[in-house]
Design a protein around this ligand. Structure first.
Ligand code: P6P
Length: 339
């Protein structure tokens, strides 16, 4: 006969309760940032539902136009963008939004104290083949006076100014992972209850591992220093894992250790990934979990942005592995300096 306690196991800590319990950590804790995180979680639940049913509700496939990046938009890119912008606008805590899918700043006209940089759906080329994809977001405090128009300075802040950052991974399970500068916590979505529950508390990224993540199809395009590092990985019999969705590759490395590399190439001389709504958020999370993130020369979080959609090379993951790549690249940087 089972004890009654076994019959009524606790369901765990819901995201809402976790946020409320940790509210005192938020600077100027007046509940707005907590509400903003809830707004993002709500939009994530809605997008999750649409991703899971994409093939049934006619939202799979291409939308038929390109975004400001010149990339073919998928229907779900457009849908996710609308869902997150609507949730942030209706929530009232955000005065400005920059999005991969929007050319310019969105000024919500609200008296909100925060600005958000978001990639509504990253890895969307994987949607139609049922591979994990993700949402990435960064949250900053506005710099201009409340009630005034949102300025470029409000949205072009360096990554170290983030007050929170996170991602939602739509994978074999849907997870929300975020930090407010007090460690990294992950919440798994229980769809039968419509809630995210704490599943990974205070995550720590292993300092090293034997797994690397890069698109080796660009091998001929890489610098000699990156080729040297990749050859080292092969000599060490490292495992190559590349999903084609940054959020999924990053999440694996957060749990198991590893490094993700997207170097500059001839076709992408400043790298492919976007600083404001991909690299900064993941760099914040990586560092909070004991990892590291660099563009090969600079700490990602120290890069002073100059354009909304600027790109940068990205080396992110286990601290010892990122340091090793930096060592390889230092030779290149030194040679460049001496030439
Ligand atoms: P490639 C998806 O487009 C993305 O931004 C990341 O999620 C992913 O890691 C990378 O680009 C894939 O790029 O050039 O290897 O197809």
């Amino acid at each position: 006969m089972k004890q009654v306690e076994e019959l009524v196991l606790p369901v765990g800590t819901a995201l809402d309760r976790f946020i409320s319990r940790h509210e005192e950590q938020f600077p100027f804790a007046t509940g707005e940032l907590s509400q903003l995180l809830r707004d993002i979680a709500l939009a994530g639940k809605i997008v999750n539902r649409e991703i899971n049913r994409a093939g049934l509700i006619g939202v799979a496939g291409a939308y038929g136009q390109q975004n400001v990046q010149g990339e073919e938009q998928q229907k779900l890119d457009v849908i996710a963008n609308i869902r997150f912008i609507r949730a942030l606008r209706n929530g009232g805590e955000v005065c400005g939004i920059i999005s991969e899918e929007e050319e310019d700043i969105i000024d919500t006209g609200s008296r909100g104290k925060y600005v958000v940089a978001i990639d509504p759906l990253d890895g969307s080329s994987n949607i139609d083949v049922n591979v994990s994809i993700g949402t990435v977001f960064s949250i900053y405090r506005r710099l201009s006076p409340v009630g005034s128009a949102v300025t470029m300075e409000d949205v072009l802040q360096p990554g170290y100014k983030q007050v929170a950052a996170g991602y939602i991974l739509y994978g074999s399970s849907t997870m929300l992972v975020y930090t407010t500068g007090y460690g990294v916590n992950a919440f798994t979505y229980e769809s039968s209850l419509g809630e995210f529950f704490l599943s990974h508390a205070d995550m720590q990224m292993p300092k090293s591992a034997q797994s690397y993540s890069i698109n080796e199809g660009n091998y001929r395009d890489f610098s000699p220093e990156i080729i040297e590092y990749l050859d080292y990985c092969k000599d060490q019999k490292y495992t190559a894992r590349y999903i084609g969705s940054l959020v999924a590759d990053f999440h694996r490395n957060l749990l198991k250790g590893g490094i993700y590399l997207y170097p500059e190439t001839k076709s992408s001389p400043t790298g492919k990934l976007r600083l404001m709504y991909e690299c900064n958020a993941l760099a914040f999370i990586a560092e909070q979990a004991g990892g590291k993130a660099t563009d090969g020369k600079r700490r990602i979080l120290d890069i002073m942005p100059t354009k909304l959609h600027q790109r940068c090379p990205l080396y992110i993951g286990s601290v010892d592995m990122v340091k090793q790549v930096e060592g390889c690249l230092a030779k290149k940087n030194e040679m460049a300096w001496q030439s």
